[in-house]
Ligand binder design. Structure first.
Ligand SMILES: [Mg+2]
Length: 276
């Protein structure tokens, strides 16, 4: 399998001027494995005190896969519906989406807090918590005058903090955005639409990088170049097969396992020349 897999020809027209990165799983590995924390929260909420059945496991894992990239609170809104539909929990004991989110985020924080603290104290190597080549690729885009953005479904203060931890925050000159308390005020969909409108872009001037079907689908629909990052947990520069499949289904033009061979990517995007 080549490093840069062309699934379908991306739209052409303008040169790339803007690049939008999803954060978790695309640039940062700090929250790697979040799915393994969310899934048990869902099993326990839907069928408390029971061993999850194979059907429940499948339903939950499929939902998590498909919703990767949307805001956590929206995933939890769906969980509320699943809890209600399963009928195992009396109505007055069903939490709201924020209640389930608090449980999930509490557990996730517990898992990542030592990593974040070590990174902030300069005691851990940020490169070990980044998707390979991501910093180098971002640096080169920045040198070529591409405006850079991060948009994440994770809460905004956390994304900003963790972007600093992995060493990319200062390079992201277009802004780092995440979920807000008034969560209806931020979505990747609105973000992409407003970006295109604000800069009067036709589409191909924007390239979107993401490991979730959500941002890839939105990028494709908006006429931007959609690059699926299929980084596997093994970090072996081979795309995870299931993730690759989902990204292709969502409309990815290109698939890369990570940014390890970033010069090829720059070249493909027409940005290989020395910065002027
Ligand atoms: Mg992601």
């Amino acid at each position: 399998m080549p490093y840069l897999e062309i699934i379908q020809e991306p739209p052409t027209g303008g040169g790339v001027e803007h690049a939008l990165f999803d954060f978790d799983g695309t640039v940062s590995l700090i929250r790697e494995g979040w799915e393994k924390i969310m899934a048990p929260v869902m099993y326990e909420s839907i069928a408390p005190g029971q061993e999850p059945t194979p059907a429940l496991r499948q339903e939950v894992l499929e939902f998590i896969d498909e919703s990767t990239g949307i805001q956590t609170i929206l995933q939890m809104e769906h969980l509320v519906e699943m809890v209600r539909a399963a009928g195992n929990v009396p109505e007055d004991q069903i939490l709201d989406a924020q209640g389930y989110k608090d449980i999930y985020i509490g557990r996730l924080r517990e898992v990542i807090k030592d990593t974040v603290a070590a990174l902030e104290a300069g005691e851990a190597d940020p490169a070990e918590h980044r998707v390979p080549g991501s910093l180098e690729f971002i640096q080169h885009l920045s040198e070529r005058g591409v405006t850079l953005y991060v948009a994440s479904g994770t809460d905004q203060p956390d994304v900003r903090r963790e972007a600093a931890c992995v060493g990319i925050a200062d390079l992201i000159d277009g802004g780092i955005f995440g979920a807000l308390r008034t969560y209806k005020d931020f979505s990747k969909e609105v973000f992409i639409r407003e970006l295109l409108e604000k800069h009067e872009l036709a589409g191909p001037e924007l390239v979107v990088f993401g490991d979730g079907p959500v941002e890839i689908r939105l990028a494709h629909q908006a006429g931007a170049i959609a690059v699926g990052v299929g980084s596997s947990p093994e970090r072996d520069s081979v795309p995870d097969p299931a993730r690759r499949e989902r990204l292709i289904k969502a409309g990815a033009h290109l698939i890369i396992p990570d940014f390890s061979r970033w010069p090829e990517l720059l070249d493909y995007l027409g940005l290989e020349g020395a910065p002027d």
